[in-house]
Structures are given as structure tokens and as C-alpha cells.
Design a protein around this ligand. Structure first.
Ligand code: F6P
Length: 354
């Protein structure tokens, strides 16, 4: 079946570079292939409204600063499971059929889903028997989508972490303090590892490796010859709390700072970066990835492919099956180059749990 109308949507947590993907898809699909392109608002939620919430997309309407802007002009969602959708009475109903019906009613005969591994699983299940061809584009600051070296948004987050460490470094040196920087990463430590290396961290703690808080303190003491000095510690939000942490409700970064101050006698402070990592203008590499991914996604659909995830591997754009991508999340490869690099730099990383 030849494609006449392509829809594009963003799904899951936002990040920088989403608009650059939307622009690339639209430019290549409308400008290159001559397809009609529409954007679906707020992920799958836009398809559950009556009428479905969509906007027309043209190369002309996306000219200018769209490439440079953070967030997603379409809106996104992490809520409202269509297989168990909460009604106003709180009752959960299966509305997955409504999503497909809305796409058909809109005359959509190809779809690009820009999302993380959770969104790929959701749309794999949703669109399975719909007959609507679709392709996924990986995005997430966590970089934990299986099968791709990098997802859109990751390098912007790494830039933010690196810049935060640059700034913390000077204030840490002035006061001879330990500065703990808590970064995002619930399951995977890519942001902590890449940002920590780029920003000159002395310690990086990530979910994939277990740490011994006494060994971290010992490492810091050996670096500082037991005298107060500037120390940078990066922790991913998903690490275990320190064993003697009695506090409740505080961030894991604050708990680490407290534990290190107690053990080293060096004043410690914690900064939680939070959603700063997701916002703002995309880094250049994210714009390149977004542009390459968007064009490749349209190429795949034009060649009659479906259920593929566009990926970046070894410096090239290629694609894998959605089924492979849906087996997330991806973890930092412990035998990989970046772990080796961090070790070579003398950064404390902890050790593998199994
Ligand atoms: O999945 C990306 C991510 O940034 C996680 O690292 C973080 O835990 C989460 O999103 C926060 O999402 P939100 O607060 O938007 O629900």
C-alpha cells in the first residue's frame, strides 16, 4: 500500500532534540516523498480525544528555530496506559482499539513514534495487528534504549552534567569541599558515566555497579592526602542508598554527601540536577542524530519496512527490529570503552554485582 498520510508523535519523557526529529521527518516525508504529514498531540493521548488532537506539519511551518528548541512542539505523555485507561470514575478500560480506530479515521497509513524503550513496547503491542506500518526513533536522556549506541537527547544531558561539574569544580576548590552531583538515570548509568568522565569526576556511582561507601571515603582521602580539597562525586539517581542512611525522603545524592562528610571530615554538599538535564536547546550531536534518524525513518517506510527502530551503531545509522528494541532497558556495558577509560583515569566506580 502506498503511503499518503504519515503521522508523527512523541511519547514518554521529553528531552532536547525531539523537535529536530519532527522537523527531519516532515522535511523528508512531505518535501521529499510528497506525503501529507500530521503531528499527533500528547503521544497516544491525542488519539483518545474526540476529535483526535492533531496538527498539520509542513516543511514551511517547521522552518526557523524549531531545530534549536527544547521540548516537543507536539507535547508528550508518560501517563494513560491505553490498555488500562483511567476513566473519570476511576475505572480502568481497554481503549487500545480506540487508538487504532482514530488513526484509521484520520487516514493515517504510516506512523513514526519518537520514544524510549517503554514507548516502543507500548506501540509494538498497540499496532501489532493494525496493519499500519510504523517505525521508531529512539530518544531519552538515559540512553537506555537497546540496540543503539546513542539516543536523541543523551548528549545534551551530558553537556548539562559537564557544565554543572565545571561550575561545581571552582566553588569546591574555593571551600575545599566534596561536591556530590546527582544526575538522572533510574536504571542505567550512562549519564553519570559519560558526564562524569567529561566533567572530571573523582567518583562515579551508577546502578550497574555496587559501591562500598567506606571504600569511596578511602579513595577520597587518598586523593586529598587526608586534607580537605576539591572532590567531585557524580551519582546516578538509581543507585542504592548508603547502608547507614537513617534519613528518609532526602535525595540519594544528599545521603551520599552526608555519608562522605561523616567518614572523611571534609565538608560535603549535594546538587540535584533533575529536569535541567531534559530541557533547553539540543547539543549539536543530538541535532545530527535527530536529523539522521528522521530521514532514515522516512526512508524505511518509503521502502515498505515496518516495526523497525532506527539506531546509531559504530558511527552509522541503521535499523533493528522493534522486538529487539522493546527488550529494554539497556545497561552500561561493563566491558565497554567508557568503563575502561574511567578506570584508566583512576575514577572510583565500584564493582560488578554479579
Ligand atoms: O526516563 C528519563 C528520566 O529522565 C529518568 O531518568 C527520570 O527518573 C525520569 O525521566 C523522570 O521523569 P518525570 O519526572 O518526568 O516523570
Amino acid at each position: 500500500m502506498s503511503i499518503r498520510r504519515l503521522a508523527v508523535l512523541t511519547s514518554g519523557g521529553d528531552c532536547a532534540g525531539l523537535n529536530a526529529v519532527i522537523r527531519a521527518v516532515t522535511d523528508h516525508a512531505a518535501g521529499g516523498q510528497g506525503w501529507d504529514v500530521i503531528g499527533i498531540k500528547n503521544g497516544h493521548l491525542g488519539l483518545l480525544e474526540d476529535p483526535p488532537q492533531v496538527i498539520p506539519l509542513t516543511p514551511d511551518s517547521l522552518r526557523g528555530d524549531v531545530l534549536r528548541t527544547g521540548g516537543t512542539l507536539l507535547g508528550t505523555t508518560t501517563k494513560g496506559d491505553p490498555f488500562a485507561f483511567p476513566g473519570i470514575d476511576g475505572k480502568l478500560t481497554d481503549r487500545s482499539g480506540d487508538v487504532i480506530a482514530a488513526l484509521k479515521k484520520l487516514g493515517v497509513n504510516a506512523l513514526v513514534v519518537i520514544g524510549g524503550d517503554g514507548s516502543m513496547r507500548l506501540f509494538h503491542r498497540l499496532l501489532g495487528s493494525s496493519g499500519i506500518p510504523w517505525v521508531g526513533v529512539p530518544k531519552t536522556i538515559d540512553n537506555d534504549v537497546p540496540g543503539t549506541d546513542y539516543a536523541v537527547g543523551f548528549f545534551t544531558a551530558v553537556e548539562v552534567v559537564g557544565e554543572a561539574l565545571d561550575r561545581l569544580s571552582s566553588t569546591a576548590a574555593s571551600h575545599r569541599r566534596i561536591m556530590v552531583l546527582e544526575v538522572m538515570g533510574r536504571d542505567s548509568g550512562f549519564i553519570a558515566l559519560y558526564g562524569g568522565i567529561a566533567g572530571g569526576a573523582d567518583v562515579i556511582l551508577m546502578p550497574e555497579l555496587s559501591y562500598d561507601i567506606d571504600a569511596v571515603a578511602q579513595h577520597i582521602k587518598s586523593l586529598t592526602n587526608n586534607r580537605p580539597s576539591a572532590v567531585l562525586v557524580v551519582v546516578a539517581e538509581g543507585i542504592q542508598r548508603p547502608p547507614d542512611d537513617r534519613r528518609t525522603g532526602g535525595s540519594v545524592g544528599a545521603a551520599i554527601a552526608h555519608a562522605l562528610q561523616t567518614r572523611t571530615g571534609i565538608d560535603a554538599r549535594c546538587t540535584v540536577l533533575g529536569h535541567v538535564q531534559r530541557g533547553g536547546t539540543p547539543a549539536m550531536f543530538d541535532r545530527l542524530l535527530a536529523s539522521t534518524f528522521g530521514v532514515h525513518a522516512v526512508d524505511l517506510l518509503a521502502k515498505g519496512h515496518s516495526e523497525k527502530l532506527v539506531v546509531w551503531r559504530g558511527g552509522n545509522v541503521t535499523d533493528i527490529s522493534i522486538a529487539e528494541a522493546a527488550q529494554g532497558p539497556r545497561f552500561v556495558p561493563l566491558q565497554g570503552e567508557m568503563i575502561h577509560t574511567a578506570g584508566g583515569l583512576g575514577i572510583y566506580l565500584g564493582k560488578a554485582t554479579s
